[in-house]
Design a protein around this ligand. Structure first.
Ligand SMILES: Nc1nc2c(ncn2[C@@H]2O[C@H](COP(=O)(O)OP(=O)(O)OP(=O)(O)O)[C@@H](O)[C@H]2O)c(=O)[nH]1
Length: 349
């Protein structure tokens, strides 16, 4: 299945994440810088220095994600410096004890950066830490003082925002996973044959055009066009689903008889196309005979029937300036000749 295609979508997801992380760090850098200006205005030098430090850290995170593509590292920098800054604001009270109001940034950022499970664990630890800071008596250590109503409402509203953010993150990740799954299904439908699991005609056409585009005389290329003999009789005698079973089983026989570099697709009803890279006409004939003999020896065993079929094969080696249609046409003519001469044979064009 399409690892290439799946990774394409994942790369798109990673690119999106990199953009959001860059935006987070840019916004974090600007806001903390602005807050630092207010802290200086209020002559709160310790807070101003902390905010300047935080702003510089966000700046580094922005640089790392933008210039060095270190998405994971900068997301860790953002999230842990955010926790540290928020804990410090709750501890110190910030400007006029309004520092804790900033903690509402934590749930959406945590859940976006770490995902649902890890994000929720981090939020839980964060809540425990702010409870510790706010509820430990002043006699144990000095920290900003907040009225009890403020502390409780802060916690209630923080938990509500966390719950809503988690809900949002859950549906976002569900949608993303569904899109990923749907994308895989569509890709499979576009490239593979449903019944046999082989590549389909469209994929084969694309593959052949690609091979022809890079073909040169030093690297020969051949195709085989193969058709099951008297397949209509199989359907008529054993039924359509037995015919389907024959198609599926022969596909496995073909796959097992080919080299890694060879390619097979279901070209039509009971027709198959083989693309043999680095193979001249003589070598292609050997491959065709190997396939023909494998099918000849094979028995498709169904519940109460043993079915034996043969195949006919037309062979054509690519020659300079042939189009894919001409190549297929020539192989088709050779296949027709194989049928005319009595079937169960391989004929070069
Ligand atoms: N079971 C099944 N049959 C199919 C499928 N696709 C095509 N066929 C059948 O394949 C048969 C092809 O028959 P013909 O084109 O007359 O050829 P043939 O009977 O194989 O005879 P020759 O090619 O001349 O040897 C038709 O009966 C189609 O209905 C399929 O997906 N499943």
């Amino acid at each position: 299945m399409s690892i290439k295609n799946q990774s394409k979508l994942q790369r798109f997801g990673e690119l999106q994440q990199a953009r959001v992380i860059a935006l987070f760090s840019l916004v974090g850098m600007s806001i903390t810088f602005l807050m630092m200006c207010f802290a200086i205005k209020n002559a709160n030098i310790t807070l101003a220095i902390s905010l300047l430090f935080a702003s510089a850290v966000y700046g580094v995170a922005f640089y790392l994600v933008n210039n060095k593509n270190h998405v994971k590292l900068s997301s860790y920098i953002i999230i842990y410096s955010l926790y540290a800054l928020m804990l410090y604001l709750v501890y110190s009270g910030g400007v006029a004890s309004t520092g804790p109001l900033w903690i509402f940034i934590v749930p959406p950022v945590s859940l976006y950066v770490h995902g649902l499970r890890r994000g929720l664990i981090n939020i839980t630890v964060f809540v425990l830490l702010i409870c510790l800071i706010m509820f430990i008596p002043q006699s144990v250590y000095a920290h900003a003082i907040y009225p009890i109503e403020f502390k409780l409402r802060l916690l209630y509203s923080f938990l509500t925002i966390s719950f809503l953010s988690a809900l949002y993150e859950y549906s976002r990740s569900q949608l993303y996973n569904n899109a990923l799954e749907l994308n895989q299904k569509l890709h499979h439908l576009a490239h593979y044959d449903d019944l046999t699991g082989l590549h389909n005609r469209r994929d084969a056409q694309r593959k052949l055009n690609k091979k022809i585009a890079v073909a040169d005389t030093s690297k020969p290329l051949s195709i085989l066009l193969c058709d099951i003999d008297f397949f209509k009789l199989v359907n008529d005698k054993y039924g359509h689903s037995a015919g389907d079973a024959v198609l599926t089983e022969l596909s496995q026989v073909f796959k097992a008889s080919l080299r890694e570099t060879d390619y097979v697709a279901r070209w039509g009803g009971e027709e198959f196309l083989f693309i043999l890279a680095q193979t001249d006409q003589a070598a292609a004939f050997d491959v065709a005979e190997r396939l023909r003999c494998a099918v000849f020896k094979h028995t498709v065993s169904l519940d109460d029937e043993d079915i034996k079929v043969t195949i006919s094969i037309g062979i054509k080696e690519y020659q300079q300036d042939l189009t894919s249609d001409q190549l297929i046409n020539d192989a088709d003519k050779a296949l027709y000749e194989a049928k005319r001469l009595g079937r169960n044979r391989s004929i070069p064009a």
